[in-house]
Design a protein around this ligand. Structure first.
Ligand code: APR
Length: 242
């Protein structure tokens, strides 16, 4: 029976049934915006107002009462509560739905939408409302140097040391709702396989770019698949039977 710590990588697909768009699916975020304009330091330099407005719109969407944790988020929070070893969610998502579902061990490797960072004093700040190019840092008082606490393309993802420590000691690696397009997250499964100890499982709507690297793959909506998988894990079922 499987025992030991679990690492769960999540991507935009886990929040899709909560009403948040993914990036690369039909009609996704990158079909409406050029990522070079809104998700790179160069884009921010060129047009900070466009970038602030892009994240303000996504931050406001989180305030929409229709945007709530879905059964996949809730099942992962339950797994953390009921599993006899640590369960770590490593999310590429910048929404707060894992936390709102009750997950406590969550690492946001691409940052968090409801946080800002002051480029003058470096402080990371809770920022639930709109941010503008004139926003004042409540910590140091400087104006106009607060940016979204989001990791843009070309920037270094957050918490990588803790993530690799967890990957190197996990007994199970799950990947949920990610296309496997963006590194280093897309490389986590290969890293776990190199170690050759933990089973690796992909739960997604369709095969990701890294699908062939997983010991087991299950396809369908996360809101249906994840609760079923968590139930089977907690029952001690053989993973292959899920
Ligand atoms: N249930 C499960 N999987 C789903 C669902 C769903 N309801 N809906 C979509 N998916 C899957 C898609 O099949 C796709 O494989 O989720 C994946 C979403 O892929 P992307 O849109 O590429 O999102 P993600 O993998 O999280 O992107 C990674 O890229 O743009 C950057 O910083 C951004 O964190 C993001 C990173």
């Amino acid at each position: 029976m499987l025992q030991g710590p679990i690492v769960i990588l999540t991507g935009a697909g886990v929040s899709q049934e909560s009403g948040l768009d993914t990036f690369r699916c039909e009609g996704g975020v990158w079909s409406r915006y050029d990522l070079e304009d809104v998700a790179t330091p160069q884009g921010y330099q060129r047009n900070p107002v466009l970038v602030q407005d892009f994240y303000n719109a996504r931050r406001r969407q989180l305030e929409d009462e229709a945007v709530r944790p879905n059964p996949a988020h809730l099942a992962l929070a339950r797994l953390e509560r009921d599993w006899p070893a640590p369960v770590l969610v490593v999310t590429q998502n910048i929404d707060d739905l894992h936390e709102r579902a009750g997950s406590r061990a969550v690492l946001h490797m691409h940052g968090e939408l409801r946080k800002g960072r002051c480029e003058a004093c470096g402080r990371v700040l809770n920022w639930p409302g709109d941010m503008t190019v004139d926003s004042r840092c409540p910590a140091c008082g400087r104006n106009g140097l607060v940016r979204p606490h989001v990791v843009w393309f070309g920037e270094v993802p957050l918490e990588m040391e803790r993530i690799f420590q967890a990957l190197d000691t996990c007994a199970l690696f799950l990947s949920i709702g990610t296309s496997g397009n963006v590194y280093p997250a897309a490389g986590f499964v290969a890293h776990v396989r190199e170690r050759g100890v933990a089973p690796t499982v992909e739960l997604n709507l369709e095969p990701s770019n890294g699908a062939s690297l997983f010991h087991q793959t299950l396809y369908g909506p996360a809101g249906t698949l994840v609760p079923r998988f968590v139930e089977a894990l907690l029952r001690g079922d053989d993973l292959g039977s899920v």
